[in-house]
Design a protein around this ligand. Structure first.
Ligand code: ADP
Length: 302
């Protein structure tokens, strides 16, 4: 069983010919409402990969709140621990996409910003009876640190996707079983350049030395780089035709978590995550792009 503690957002995607200049009003082409938020995306990925998944988070008391919870339930995610928040809006991402493909994004934390360390105490038992807890950084840092503390009192594995990368990274944040940044986040967290494979190894090692038991840096089309007490190695991706890489990282970590708790073999779990990430990259959108267990296994065994 996996529990995800994290953000739940409604993404409002507006398409337009070009971004408006300050003071300008333009007609947009379309508006699309899509469920998102890194926490919710990872919960959906883990559920699609065959996991028994619960979500801890907050939504607002607006119309989006109910739709966000229903969307998660439709993917089989247990939402008993998702709390509606009085006098608060749901987390929102306002995403403008130009015809050129360029995007501009504003995020309103809304109810995600109200998920407190006290809330986490309420759900202590759920965290401690789960095999793994998945965390990201779209909820307050103090909340994330409390989850790490509670999980470390027992056998629950902590998997942290450090996105968005924090400007300052306390060492407590690295006391996790697995941290899986992408290249930019790894550079920001380690303060080191991350371009060549040698640099990737050095950045991964530095996060390992600061306390993370396993470090996995995701490398897009190249796959993922694992560093732990066995040293470093590259686990290559599955070649694919990219359509939209939105949430490839969320697909990767959700599926990895499920396979890791099933087999206790992290390299195998990374290959499983690579397959899930590559499937998500071939489809449009975040949550609708997640592959099913059968699809992931087909690619993974190929
Ligand atoms: P993020 O979306 O967080 O930036 P990445 O782009 O590194 O993360 O992607 C996460 C994982 O998804 C990669 O490790 C890889 O397994 C898979 N993936 C992403 N892009 C591609 C691609 N172009 N081809 C194949 N696999 C991909």
């Amino acid at each position: 069983r996996v529990v995800v503690v994290g953000s739940i957002n409604m993404d409002l995607v507006v398409r337009c010919a070009h971004f408006p200049q300050p003071g300008e009003t333009i007609a947009a082409r379309s508006l699309q409402e899509v469920s998102g938020g890194k926490g919710a995306n990872q919960a959906v990925s883990a559920a699609c990969a065959g996991g028994n998944v619960s979500m801890i988070g907050r939504v607002g008391d607006d119309a989006f709140g109910g739709r966000l919870i229903q969307g998660l339930k439709n993917f089989g995610v247990n939402c008993d621990s998702v709390q509606p928040t009085a006098n608060c809006e749901s987390g929102l991402a306002l995403i403008s996409v130009e015809d050129s493909g360029q995007n501009a994004i504003m995020i309103v934390a809304g109810a995600n910003g109200r998920l407190s360390a006290d809330d986490i105490e309420t759900f202590r038992q759920l965290i401690q009876t789960s095999d793994a807890v998945l965390l990201q950084l779209e909820t307050p840092l103090a909340t994330v640190l409390r989850v790490i503390e509670i999980a470390r009192e027992c056998e629950t594995r902590v998997i942290l996707d450090p996105a968005p990368a924090p400007t300052v990274c306390p060492d407590e944040l690295l006391q996790v079983d697995l941290i899986c940044p992408n290249e930019q986040e790894a550079a920001q967290l380690s303060g080191l350049p991350v371009e060549s494979l040698e640099q990737i190894e050095l950045a991964a090692r530095s996060l390992y030395q600061r306390g993370a038991r396993h470090v996995v840096i995701t490398l897009g089309a190249q796959g993922a780089y694992l560093y732990d007490d066995q040293g470093g190695r590259l686990i290559p991706a599955f070649a694919t035709t990219v359509v939209d890489t939105t949430a490839a990282g969320d697909a990767f970590v959700g599926a990895l978590a499920i396979r890791w708790i099933e087999t206790d073999d992290l390299e195998e779990a990374i290959r499983f995550g690579n397959a899930a990430g590559s499937i998500a990259a071939t489809r449009l959108g975040a949550q609708p792009s997640m592959g099913s267990r059968t699809e992931i296994e087909q690619l993974w065994k190929s």
